[in-house]
Design a protein around this ligand. Structure first.
Ligand code: RBF
Length: 164
């Protein structure tokens, strides 16, 4: 049986020196809130200080890549650069082709942003066929799946510190 989730971690990471940005879409808000809470609680459990977790929002997932870049630039300009960004969105398939286009363009551009900004940009976007799939992956269905936001928080800390 495949291991879903991050699997065994290679070492214990101490996030106490890190400043992490979370930027979330506002579509599917109940699911988003749960994912953001999962990411925040994992960041805190890995030592990231509450004042170093900065949360912003954008309208929808399509706005996450450019929103992440603006967020990064603004924090840098303020002299408080981010060590990693966790863009969070929930895309649910509808009856038109919007889902496919937004999933594809958002994913491609978030991946590119890692290299353009030279910092970890985590893939915190659920691309689900049904609302129930998304709820399960946000830990909202008792006993079904864990909250994937926790994985994204852990990935942000690990990737910020990995080759230091
Ligand atoms: N944004 C999401 O974050 N999740 C969605 O499931 C989602 N579905 C959309 C479906 C349609 C038909 C449209 C027009 C937009 C949708 N958006 C969704 C919003 C999109 O990411 C973006 O905010 C808007 O298109 C404005 O650029």
């Amino acid at each position: 049986m495949a291991v879903k989730g991050l699997g065994a971690i290679d070492q214990q990471y101490d996030g106490s020196s890190l400043r992490i940005g979370i930027i979330h879409a506002r579509w599917n808000k109940k699911i988003i809130d749960s994912l953001v809470n999962g990411a925040v609680s994992k960041l805190k459990s890995l030592g990231v200080k509450e004042e170093n977790i900065i949360i912003e929002s954008v309208p929808g997932s399509f706005e996450l890549p450019f929103g992440s870049k603006l967020f990064h630039d603004k924090q840098k300009k303020l002299g408080k650069p981010l060590d990693a960004i966790i863009p969070i969105g929930v895309l649910i398939k509808g009856s038109t082709m919007h889902f496919e286009y937004i999933c594809d363009s958002t994913t491609q551009q978030l991946m590119k942003l890692n290299f353009e900004l030279n910092l970890p940009v985590i893939f915190g976007v659920l691309t689900c066929l049904t609302e129930e799939q998304a709820e399960a992956r946000a830990g909202l269905i008792e006993g079904k799946m864990h909250n994937h936001g926790e994985d994204w928080g852990a990935a942000a800390v690990e990737m910020s510190l990995k080759f230091n």
